[in-house]
Design a protein around this ligand. Sequence first.
Ligand SMILES: N[C@@H](CCC(=O)N[C@@H](CS)C(=O)NCC(=O)O)C(=O)O
Length: 286
Amino acid sequence: MDDIKSFLKTHYKEICITASVGIVLVKVIKWRKKRVKKNYPPNTIIHHQIGRGPYAPSITPFAVKLETYLRMTKVPFMNEHDSLTNRSSKGKLTWIEYNGQEIADSEFCIKFINKTFNIDLDKNFSDEEIGAGRAIQRMVDEHLYWPLFLIRWVYDPRQGIDVGKQLGFSSWFMSLGVFFAKKQSYAQGVGRHTEEEVLQVMDEDLQALSKFLGKKKFMLGEEASQTDCAVFGILSQIHWHGCGGASEKFYKKYPNLSAYCERMKAEFWPDWDDCITHGGTRKAPK
Ligand SMILES: N[C@@H](CCC(=O)N[C@@H](CS)C(=O)NCC(=O)O)C(=O)O
């Protein structure tokens, strides 16, 4: 008995967290089971995303990336703002559905769109440019995302857009979010660095983007490409959603990135003001 008591005493934090996670998981599983599949218009991409953001169309870089691609390619699509609870088969937030077929992960979605609608935005670029574009996409999606994630969830969660407030999390739920954010970023690897090191690698990625962009209109040249969607998705979070003091401080050093964001917005989001909640003061009509 004493053993049990001392175990409970020393592990009460882990027990509480495990129990809370269990309750949340059971609720989500039950909810997903109850979910009724909706009928959508045929031959239309249904973009499941989490709802509009306060100053950019989403607080998720991957949703901004994918919707920018849908706009760039002009394929028929509609948004369904439900993916906070209705996640992809891979458990992530932005995904698409087409004539009942579900596709998860923004890059796989783009591949699917290209194949289905016979699109090749890369056709006017050289192999070297296409190769560089792929490397940049991987850098922003798979690396630069993580410092932003850590700033947003762990280092500075109340700064910038205050992610907990955006998602309607109570402070208890937010602590759970921070716990999982630490675990995820540790497993990915970037979360093993010190905060100073993380900010340093973030600055290096921004500098690389700025140097590569130089005076060009878009990442690969005068024409927009697939790469621009990933870059704009991530930069939109720094440019419009602040993400706390640290990222803004670095970002200010690269005015060509800032001008690039405004250019992407003007080119692909003429209805931007209808796609944001203006700091949460109103419902976005689109
Ligand atoms: N590789 C994925 C990444 C998507 C992703 O990481 N989304 C985040 C939101 S920004 C997410 O779903 N996080 C929730 C979670 O990991 O549980 C893609 O390109 O779609």
